[in-house]
Structure formats: structure tokens, C-alpha cells
Design a protein. Structure first.
Length: 433
């Protein structure tokens, strides 16, 4: 009787813990929703007012970038179902995947309603925070990439911006994959990226976070033993990656889930993991982003140097403004793979620190802080009437940034002549590599 009561108590405790699980959203990484943290701007030196903005932003919260039916998880679940090899949790997962497929139908690669809200808010705040830039006739030059979600993001941003203007801004759109999708154009970078997964740091990180054990534990939750025996380690890892991807994407799809007739619980993939699993998978995902797109093990490595075309474009846009004054702002809408290396290249202090060992990767750099959804970098130029020089303030995700290795007497404002020389010298050094 005592043994029965103990077992019952243990069951009730475990069941309550599982049903009450709240792991937060710290595992979302690059799918972290953008938050307006109401950062306070440091007043500019006396007499200086904002006159021009050089900007690049990541697209807003989005849908999946590939159809659910094309994923390894979907294929394995359907195979196991046909073989009557799904556990009860496996059947639950299958229903969630089918629900997500219906939610995502016709929206693959698009931004979501959440993403449109993020971008509208960013556009509104740009005008509210730097109203002097838009005081006269507003003319904008807007760059997007070949991906439709960047054009959708630009449109949502401009909707927010225009809502705070007296007259609608004149926007000139153009495609610029050279400056914004540079990571797709470098054969050397692609070769580097392919080597990261087999590199020393990722191997060490996998061991530290017990990746193989996590894959096996999660797969065994959904598939019968007879089916599991047929799966290799690679298949288990792809399956877990897909399901973890589903768990993170649904945070961006709240409105669409409701519109499809579902409740959040119907696609609560995170509930099928333990909090520890979510944390470990999130850490591994962020470390992977760091090594492939951020400062990684070398903040002068190819994964950072490839952003040089965008830095050239920023400098050229600023020079052009000072010569012609044609545009009030240069706006660019791109991807996480654009923002992460650019932030490291600019030596933004919380985005440029390289790691000597795997254990440092997530201490030195977090994808949720550097490249959440709608991540952005701005150079805001300030001018004082009847003076020649300009001051510049750099912001990462609307927060004033400090530039490693460059001093200023009026932080966060840097002399443009000094900042320009600093970056031109860096571009020259990188060109010599």
C-alpha cells in the first residue's frame, strides 16, 4: 500500500510539473520577438540635431522558410504512423505538425502579423526619436533582397514611418543582394560554413550539452523501440532540429494560429521538451549562429570580413548625403546573416567578442541580443548649424552602442571624420588579408 501511495504521489508530482512547465522564451535565439525596451537617448551636444540616418534591418517575425511536408520530422512521423510505431506523445506531435502545416499553408517565407507590427513600430519610433531628420520633404532610398519577406518588412516599416509624417515620404526601392546577401556570393565563405559543424568548437559544445543523448531521449519519446532501431544518429538530429524549429516559430504566429481556428496549445511544441532540453538546444543553436555569422573564434575571420560590402555601402551613403542631401535616410532590409557579421565588423562592443573555447561562445555573444527578429543597426548623423563637421551615433536594436577600440569624448557620439577613418583603415587591412 505504501509503495502504491508513493508511486501515485510521484505520478501526481511529475504530471503537475509537466503540465505547469513554464520554460520562458530564452531558448528562441534568432526567433526571439523584437521588443521595444524604451531605451533613453543620450542628449546630443549643444546645438547638434539629427539630419540623416543610415540603416539596415532584419526582416520581421516570419513564417517557416520551407513547407512542413518537406521536413525530416514530417516524413519520419508519417512513416512511423504507417508502421503503427508512434507512442502517445508521437501521435500528439503528429497532430501538432498537421495543425502547423495548415497554419502555414500559403505563407511560407512571408513575414507574419507579428512581424508587421514589429516593423511598423520601428518606423514610427524612427520619426518620433529623430523628428528633425524628417522635418522637410522626406525622400528615402530603400534596399531589399530577393526574398519577399524583406520587401514586406520594408512596406510595414514605411507604413509606420508615414503614419507619423505630415506628408507621405517618397521612397525609391531597389534590390541589392551584393551588399545585403554577401554570404551567398562568397565561395570561400560557403566552404568555411560547411566546416563549422565538424570543427573543434562545435564538437566540444555537442559534448558539453550532451547533444547525442538529447537526440536519443527526444526521439524515444515519440517513436516505438522497433522504429528507433532503424534510425541513425544523423536522422535523429535532423528530426530534433525540425521539431525544435517548430517550437520556436510558433511564437511568431499567434494571430495566424487563431485565424486558422487553433489555440496555442494545439501547436505547443515546446511542451514536448523539458526545460533543460530547450535550454541546451537553444545554446547550441546560438553558438552555431555565433561561429557561422558572428565573431565566433576570430572577429577578423571570413564570416565577419564578408560584410565589408555593406560597410562600404554605409560609408558611401553618408558621403553622398553630405555632397547632395538627396535622401533623408537610407533604409535596407535584409536577414540575420546580414546583421550579425556587420555588427561584429563595426566592432559594436556586445557583438564583436571572439571566443577562445566552446564554453565562452554563449557567454560572449547571444543571438537573441544581437539578431532577434527585426534586429537593426542605425548610424544617426548630427549637425550643428554653421559648422562643417558631423557627429554620428551608432545603435544596435535601438540601443546606443560603444565601438570597441575607438574612443570619444562625447559618448555615444563619435566625430564622423574619426569614425570614417577608423572604418576605412579597417577595410584596407581586411583587403590585405
Amino acid at each position: 500500500m505504501k509503495k502504491y501511495l508513493l508511486s501515485l504521489l510521484l505520478y501526481i508530482t511529475c504530471h503537475f510539473a509537466a503540465s505547469a512547465q513554464n520554460c520562458g522564451d530564452g531558448f528562441l535565439g534568432t526567433k526571439t520577438l523584437y521588443k521595444d525596451n524604451h531605451h533613453k537617448n543620450t542628449p546630443a551636444p549643444a546645438g547638434y540635431r539629427p539630419v540623416f540616418i543610415d540603416h539596415v534591418g532584419r526582416h520581421g517575425a516570419r513564417h517557416l522558410t520551407k513547407d512542413v511536408k518537406t521536413t525530416s520530422a514530417y516524413a519520419l512521423l508519417m512513416q512511423a504512423d504507417s508502421a503503427n510505431a508512434l507512442t502517445e506523445k508521437g501521435k500528439k506531435l503528429k497532430q501538432m505538425v498537421i495543425a502547423l502545416q495548415k497554419v502555414e499553408k500559403g505563407s511560407i517565407k512571408f513575414i507574419s502579423a507579428e512581424g508587421r507590427d514589429e516593423l511598423r513600430g520601428l518606423g514610427e519610433r524612427m520619426v518620433l526619436n529623430y523628428s528633425n531628420v524628417f522635418k522637410t520633404r522626406t525622400s528615402l532610398k530603400v534596399a531589399v533582397t530577393k526574398e519577399v519577406r524583406t520587401k514586406q518588412s520594408a512596406d510595414a516599416f514605411l507604413k509606420g514611418l508615414n503614419s507619423k509624417l505630415k506628408d507621405t515620404a517618397s521612397a525609391s526601392f531597389y534590390n541589392d543582394d551584393t551588399s545585403l546577401r554577401f554570404y551567398d556570393l562568397s565561395a570561400s565563405y560557403k566552404a568555411f560554413e560547411d566546416k563549422v559543424d565538424e570543427g573543434v568548437m562545435m564538437t566540444e559544445l555537442d559534448k558539453m550539452d550532451h547533444r547525442e543523448a538529447i537526440n536519443s531521449a527526444i526521439a524515444s519519446r515519440f517513436f516505438a523501440k522497433s522504429f528507433l532501431k532503424k534510425l541513425g544518429d544523423g536522422q535523429k538530429e535532423k528530426f530534433v532540429d525540425d521539431v525544435f524549429g517548430f517550437a520556436t516559430i510558433v511564437y511568431s504566429l499567434k494571430a495566424e494560429i487563431q485565424q486558422a481556428g487553433y489555440q496555442a496549445a494545439d501547436v505547443d511544441f515546446a511542451s514536448l521538451f523539458t526545460c533543460n532540453e530547450l535550454q541546451n538546444l537553444g545554446e547550441m543553436d546560438s553558438a552555431d549562429e555565433n561561429l557561422k555569422k558572428g565573431p565566433g573564434a576570430d572577429n577578423n575571420g571570413i564570416q565577419v570580413r564578408i560584410a565589408a560590402p555593406l560597410l562600404n555601402d554605409f560609408i558611401s551613403a553618408a558621403d553622398d548625403y553630405m555632397k547632395t542631401g538627396t535622401y533623408n535616410a537610407r533604409l535596407r532590409f535584409a536577414h540575420a546573416e546580414t546583421i550579425a557579421p556587420f555588427a561584429a565588423l563595426l566592432q559594436i562592443s556586445n557583438a564583436d567578442k571572439a571566443s577562445k573555447a566552446a564554453v565562452e561562445l554563449n557567454k560572449n555573444w547571444q543571438s537573441s541580443a544581437v539578431i532577434p527578429l527585426s534586429a537593426n543597426i542605425m548610424w544617426v548623423f548630427y549637425k550643428k548649424q554653421d559648422t562643417k563637421g558631423y557627429l554620428v551615433k551608432i545603435l544596435l536594436n535601438e540601443k546606443e552602442a560603444r565601438i570597441s577600440g575607438l574612443e570619444t569624448n562625447s559618448y555615444p557620439y563619435y566625430k564622423w571624420s574619426t569614425l570614417r577613418a577608423f572604418y576605412m583603415n579597417k577595410l584596407n587591412r581586411l583587403h590585405e588579408k
